[in-house]
Structure formats: C-alpha cells, structure tokens
Design a protein around this ligand. Structure first.
Ligand SMILES: NC(=O)c1ccc[n+]([C@@H]2O[C@H](COP(=O)([O-])OP(=O)(O)OC[C@H]3O[C@@H](n4cnc5c(N)ncnc54)[C@H](OP(=O)(O)O)[C@@H]3O)[C@@H](O)[C@H]2O)c1
Length: 275
C-alpha cells in the first residue's frame, strides 16, 4: 500500500522546497494549503517535472478545527495511509505586542501551535507506528530565547519544540519526532529584505530553503530530538544560553525593534488576490 508524506504549507517557500526534494526522490505526496487552485497548480507542475510522482491535494485552513477534522475524514475516505508529516505552515508576524490585533494573535497561535498539535495527533492516529513513521515540525531559531518584538512567534515556536520533545518520548520505538530550528530562510520578498537588514548576523544565520529541507529530512530520518540548522546558528544558540537574560533581552530588543513583518496583512492581500 502506498504511504504518503503529508506536507502543510506546501505552496510556501520552504514547503515548496520539501515538496520538490521528495518528488525528486519519488515519494508519494499529500499536499495541503488554503487554496485548492494553487495546490492543483503545484501538483500539475510536479507531475510535469516528475511524471512518476504520485501527488494528492486537499485545501485546509489550519486555524479552523472543523476544516482540520474534515481534512482527515476526506483522506480516510480515500484510504490514504501517512508515513510522514512535515508541518511547515507558520505565520511569522513580527511587531510590538501592543500593535497586535485579536485576529493577528489568534491566527498566529492557531497556525503555529494548535494546527501543528492537531495535525500531528491526527497523523499519528492514522500511521503504521512501525518505528518508520516520521513527524517533522518546522520550528525556528526564534525559539532559542524569548524575543522582544517577536514575542508571540518566538513563544509559539518554543511551545511547538517542547511539545515535540515530550511526544518524542511517548512515541519511542513507534515514530520518530523531530523539531527543526532554522535561522533565516530567503523565501518571501519581505523575509529576504529582513535578512539583508540584519547585515552580518542575518547572512551567517541564513540557509536556502532547499538546504534547510535537506538537513531537516536527514535529521528526522536519524530521529534527532531537535536540529538547529547551520554551524553559526549552533554557535549563536550556545552563547545565547550563557549570556545573562537582561543583557540578551536588551541586545535582541535593540536589533528587532527596527524591523517589522506583518504576515497577517500580507496574507489578507494574498487571499484577496486568490478571490
Ligand atoms: N523564512 C524564514 O526566515 C523562516 C525562519 C525560521 C522558520 N521559518 C518557518 O518556516 C515555515 C515556512 O516559512 P516560509 O518562509 O516558507 O513562509 P511562507 O512562504 O509564508 O509559507 C508559510 C506557509 O504557511 C501556510 N499557512 C499560513 N496560514 C495558514 C493557514 N491558516 N492554514 C493553512 N496554511 C497556512 C501558507 O499556506 P498558503 O498561503 O498556501 O495557504 C504558506 O504555505 C514557517 O513555519 C516559518 O515559521 C521560516
């Protein structure tokens, strides 16, 4: 029976890299995102490039519990078995917490944490649990320390990492569970600009989407607890832990108050474009 890799955020920058890498390896893919039209276009592109690749798609808004339940009811109806989940979807709004709206914080918390826990639980309930099942969650270097001006994002990614770590022990011998912590990934234009604005630190922390996907897949295959992507990010993480908290907070606040990203507004524009 065919075993599928389920990828959330498949139409995004990093999701696209995972999708392409696994299609090259001939793996059967089940792709999700919010727009069925964009998922179909992606599946068509993959089939043209890799004719032997088996691809299924289904839209799902991860903030919506009813849609999440309907998603798995649909895949159950198709008789699909999942071997691997790659939870890539994430919302990286970055601004002073006072400037958040209720909508912004609900969306970020649901996609980054609630949706992840929900999809991981539902996938495990349908996976063979023969020790080969893989759960890979995309965290972030932002989880290394609390981050003023990126506080909610950092907290959701930290919570996701902690959840994965606890789950990993529960699933020992039955499923591999890894959380990967990338630094900057030049995916969207605003992120590329952000990496640029962070100068030296931005450059040494960044890796291409393909490289991040490759390292992450290797880490979950080896059942790593967590994987900080890149040598310099491991160095930053090590020294961060040594620095006194007030100093660390002052340093981060000074750097991060200068840049702002509003994934929520960018998202509204995208949804309006989709019609
Ligand atoms: N880029 C970086 O510098 C960086 C660094 C560290 C960690 N990360 C993490 O890497 C992951 C991918 O980021 P990216 O740079 O590839 O960003 P991206 O291109 O904006 O992709 C984000 C994905 O999340 C999906 N998503 C957002 N809201 C959703 C919702 N309500 N329901 C379903 N899907 C939703 C989007 O799906 P659709 O728009 O297709 O519906 C999109 O494919 C995120 O988890 C991010 O936190 C990124």
């Amino acid at each position: 029976m065919t075993r599928y890799t389920l990828i959330t955020g498949a139409c995004g920058g990093l999701g696209g890299a995972f999708t392409e890498l696994l299609a090259e390896r001939g793996e059967a893919l089940y792709l999700t995102g919010r727009s069925e039209a964009r998922l179909c276009a992606l599946a068509r592109k993959l089939k043209e490039k890799f004719p032997a690749c088996e691809v299924r798609t289904r839209a799902c808004d991860l903030t919506d519990s009813a849609q999440r339940t309907a998603f798995f009811a649909h895949t159950d109806g198709e008789g699909v078995v999942f071997q691997r989940l790659i939870y890539v979807a994430g919302v990286d709004t970055q601004m002073a917490t006072e400037r958040y709206t209720e909508e912004k914080l609900v969306m970020q918390t649901r996609v980054n944490l609630e949706g992840a826990v929900s999809f991981i639980r539902a996938t495990l309930a349908r996976a063979p649990l023969d020790g080969k099942t893989e759960i890979l969650a995309v965290g972030s270097m932002s989880a290394v320390t609390p981050m003023p001006y990126f506080a909610l994002y950092s907290a959701t990614k930290r919570a996701l990492a902690q959840f994965c770590e606890g789950l990993r022990t529960e699933m020992k011998g039955r499923a591999k569970v890894t959380c990967v912590w990338p630094g900057g990934i030049p995916t969207r234009e605003d992120i590329k600009q952000n990496i640029e604005e962070h100068g030296f630190w931005g450059k040494i922390s960044a890796k291409s989407p393909r490289e991040v996907a490759r390292i992450a897949l290797k880490a979950v295959r080896k059942n790593k607890r967590k994987k900080i992507v890149g040598f310099w990010n491991r160095v930053i993480s090590f020294f961060s832990a040594l620095a006194p908290a007030p100093l660390r907070m002052r340093f981060i606040a000074r750097r991060w108050r200068q840049t702002e990203k509003d994934a929520f507004s960018a998202d509204r524009e995208k949804i309006e474009e989709m019609g």
